[in-house]
Design a protein around this ligand. Structure first.
Ligand code: COA
Ligand code: ZN
Length: 271
């Protein structure tokens, strides 16, 4: 049975888009429950500016209070060196750096051009110095709500550049649900070919279900050999700096589909 690994992003991607603050106690209780469900990873929070993402202003407290379960990694989103320092201080198991393949979205989300993000993330990776594994999330990889098409060559270029910096993994993000299954098949094949020199590199797909194609995209990716997916409990999610962004793929639905098809997700769906 082919093993598929899930990363639960509800408390980061899901909550960051919700209007009312989720109390810290509720976040900690939910993450502790999730950690018993068979996930490979839980993206607990982000170490961003409290002004940019007020929902996650309690990142330190949440990281300090959650139960650490062996085999379940805690990953956290980090936008800059300051965020990396905070994440390392909290003993995150993985740092998830973020940059957009679209210049316009990068300016809206991170307030800098991609060239500056590239330099800044390089500094972050240097400063981590291999102490903690680093993942890089490439946003708007299948299209940008502001620019429209993001050329495939752009994604391949950025993916290869970050792989060359020695990161453990890359997450290819369909930030606003623009991907279609044919595109996913093409891109997964192109990515794997382009990254063939990095056989240990973990490739994760992050789909949103904005246009109802989320599960179809998961299927296309699985059939293309992808083994890692982000999902969000109940399909919550969205980037506040990407117009029209709506929920991630629903983890329960994706796990149900893959379990039914005979894949080994390692998940306890009832729980
Ligand atoms: N943690 C906490 N505070 C931070 C921070 C971090 N990692 N990085 C910057 N800040 C604070 C600064 O101290 C400053 O605070 P002040 O206004 O009280 O002095 C403020 O944020 C602005 O800092 P600056 O360096 O000018 O950054 P910016 O305004 O250009 O913002 C980001 C850049 C990346 C920090 C900010 O846009 C951000 O956090 N974005 C989050 C993006 C995100 O998570 N999107 C959704 C997921 S894809
Ligand atoms: Zn997302």
């Amino acid at each position: 049975m082919q093993r598929i690994h899930f990363n639960e992003v509800v408390t980061r991607d899901g909550f960051q888009n919700e209007p009312a603050f989720v109390p810290t106690d509720a976040k900690v209780a939910l993450i502790d429950e999730l950690s018993a469900c068979g996930y490979a990873k839980v993206e607990v929070t982000s170490f961003t500016s409290a002004k940019a993402i007020p929902m996650l202003r309690d990142a330190e407290e949440v990281m300090g209070r959650i139960r650490r379960v062996p085999g379940v990694e805690t990953t956290v989103l980090v936008p800059n060196v300051r965020g990396a320092e905070r994440a390392l201080e909290c003993r995150a198991d993985e740092l998830n750096l973020v940059m957009s393949t679209s210049e316009t979205h990068n300016l809206a989300n991170l307030r800098m051009p991609r060239a500056r993000s590239w330099a800044a993330l390089g500094e972050v990776i240097d400063s981590v110095g291999g102490r903690t594994p680093v993942n890089v999330s490439l946003s708007c990889a299948f299209g940008c709500p502001m620019e429209g098409v993001v050329p495939e060559a752009e994604l391949l270029l950025w993916a290869e550049r970050f792989a060359g910096l020695g990161v453990r993994g890359l997450t290819i993000c369909d930030t606003t649900g623009m991907a279609d299954p044919a595109q996913v098949s093409r891109m997964t094949a192109a990515l794997q070919a382009r990254l063939a020199a990095y056989p240990g590199l973990q490739l994760t797909m992050h789909f949103h279900n904005t246009r109802g194609m989320g599960l179809a995209n998961v299927l296309a990716a699985v059939q293309g050999g992808i083994e890692r997916f982000d999902g969000s409990l109940g399909g919550l999610g969205g980037c506040p700096y990407a117009p029209g962004a709506s929920g991630n793929i629903c983890t329960e639905d994706a796990v149900h589909m893959l379990d039914a098809m005979g894949y080994d997700t390692g998940m306890d769906l009832k729980r």
